[in-house]
Ligand binder design. Structure first.
Ligand code: HEM
Length: 458
């Protein structure tokens, strides 16, 4: 079977891979149950506000969709079907496996977080035209609100991995995932409603329905498969087969809650083939990708407290996404210092992973530590969500004349020195120690060989 190379990744086509004839129609399929449910929820919300007679407005946000679903699902057949669906656990769900999958995120936390930001957001997301077209219209990728949006994405990621109870029906991660499903449906409903008034508002023929089934499958591969094949191995961390099975199983279940077909994630081999098929069919950089990529860079670079430099982001993105994609996304070419820091990061996460494997108790301790620290940093801290969990409200509402533009962050230029970039300073130190270590090893081997040579000559 044929080999394909996309960016810096090569794979062989197999019978499990999905030809275009199979994936293209999925662009026009979507979560009809969620869609119908959101319309019902909007109607109930209007009735509750005493506005039943008011014709549906073009701005259906401003109420807690999940609360209305929870409190009123028994009164309506569609809502009840949705409620029952998300509270029915599929027979393939194995809670022990899901729990192991949750630990995977924290076991390799530093590699996973950096991979998610630099590969999933910068590379995969920016080069997925259907997703980009939607994000351009919601405005969630404007630097003014992007930090909050990223924090909310991480909130969800932390909640679905925080504990087994959290992802089980009724738990926090479960509830937030249903909120996200309703949010996706509200965004879709809103864009489609605008299309009714002005058909050229969103090119449904080319990009499919907003937040469609194909884009959702793509997103689940980004969450669950990209760490296994695009991110961690490039940093020197190699997940085991068991870890792959477990993490993919976790996101198969998250995908189920988000109305994403689950058969594409039924095995590691199938999930990998799905990821590779979409890599081949879907990766494409448009003018709007450049805007989203630019805004992401503007938001993330130099942000307190870590002040990560643009060079470090570029170096990591280039290694993870390949030069061709990075060039087409307009990323600059950083100098040696940035690559040295990136190498330091890779050596650090590799040594950490090996230590967790070999030192008894280290793995549990690392999982516990990162579970607590990340939640504190992202949810509880003042620089994070300030202790207020997001309810994933519909706040970035598409408007007819609103389109995300290329914008600056509004922050002044970072004027600090290199040592005021603590993460990079640390990684540079790791790099220097690593180089000294390797020079030591090489000179030891060299000396040993010389001695051997002398003995042989004598
Ligand atoms: C199936 C896997 C997906 C997961 C796990 C997921 C996760 C999330 C989460 C956690 C949020 C709320 C936090 C935030 O605003 O970032 C969100 C919002 C949103 N998602 Fe998704 N998402 C998925 C698929 C998609 C797809 C395929 C699209 C297609 C365009 C999409 C578009 C959006 C939009 C437009 C928002 C509202 C916020 C904004 O405008 O930026 N999502 N998603």
């Amino acid at each position: 079977m044929a080999f394909h190379t996309v960016g810096n990744y090569t794979f062989q086509w197999t019978d499990l891979h999905l030809p275009r004839e199979k994936t293209d129609p999925l662009r026009h399929e979507y979560d009809t149950l969620g869609h119908d449910a959101v319309k019902k929820l909007q109607q109930i919300a209007r009735e509750l506000k005493g506005e039943a007679a008011v014709k549906p407005t073009l701005c259906p946000g401003g109420f807690d969709m999940y609360a209305v679903l929870r409190d009123h699902h028994t009164e309506d057949e569609t809502l009840d079907r949705l409620w029952k669906e998300v509270h029915t656990v599929p027979e393939w769900v194995d809670w022990e496996q899901i729990e192991r999958g949750q630990k995977f995120f924290y076991r390799y936390a530093a590699a996973n977080m950096v991979g998610f930001l630099l590969q999933a957001f910068f590379g995969e997301n920016s080069a997925a035209p259907g997703v980009i077209e939607v994000l351009m219209r919601t405005g969630g990728f404007s630097p003014k609100v992007l930090v909050r949006r990223l924090l909310e994405t991480f909130q969800h990621l932390l909640q679905v991995t925080s504990s087994l109870e959290s992802i089980q029906p009724g738990g926090q991660g479960h509830t937030t995932t249903i909120r996200v499903r309703l949010l996706h449906s509200a965004v879709r409903e809103r864009i489609l409603r605008l299309v009714e008034t002005r058909p050229d508002y969103f090119d449904v023929a080319t990009y499919g329905v907003p937040v469609n089934v194909l884009d959702s499958i793509h997103s689940i591969t980004t969450y669950s498969c990209n760490p296994m094949w695009f991110q961690l191995p490039q940093m020197g961390v190699f997940p085991t087969e068991q870890e792959k099975q477990d993490y993919i199983a976790l996101f198969r279940y998250v995908g189920y809650l988000l109305a994403t077909p689950t058969e594409y994630f039924a095995s590691v081999a199938q999930a990998k083939a799905t990821m590779e098929s979409l890599l081949l069919h879907e990766r494409s950089v448009t003018a709007n990708s450049l805007i989203i990529g630019h805004n992401l860079m503007e938001t993330v670079k130099d942000m307190a407290p870590f002040h990560i430099s643009e060079g470090f982001i570029e170096a990591g993105s280039r290694v993870l996404n390949g030069d061709a994609l990075s060039d087409s996304l307009g990323l600059g070419r950083p100098g040696m210092l940035a690559y040295a820091c990136w190498k330091g990061h890779c050596w650090f996460v590799r040594v950490l992973a090996l230590a967790q494997k070999w030192i008894p108790g280290a793995d549990e301790a690392a999982v516990r530590y990162f579970r607590m620290t990340l939640y504190d940093a992202i949810v509880n801290s003042r620089k994070g969500l300030g202790g207020r969990l997001s309810k994933m409200d519909f706040k970035y509402v598409p408007e007819m004349n609103k389109m995300t533009k290329r914008e600056g962050s509004g922050r002044g230029l970072f004027a600090g020195s290199f040592v005021e970039r603590p993460v990079e300073t640390f990684y540079l130190a790791v790099f220097v120690v690593g180089v000294v270590f390797w020079i030591g090893i090489v000179s030891l081997i060299g000396r040993g060989l010389m001695r051997l040579l002398k003995l042989c000559v004598i």
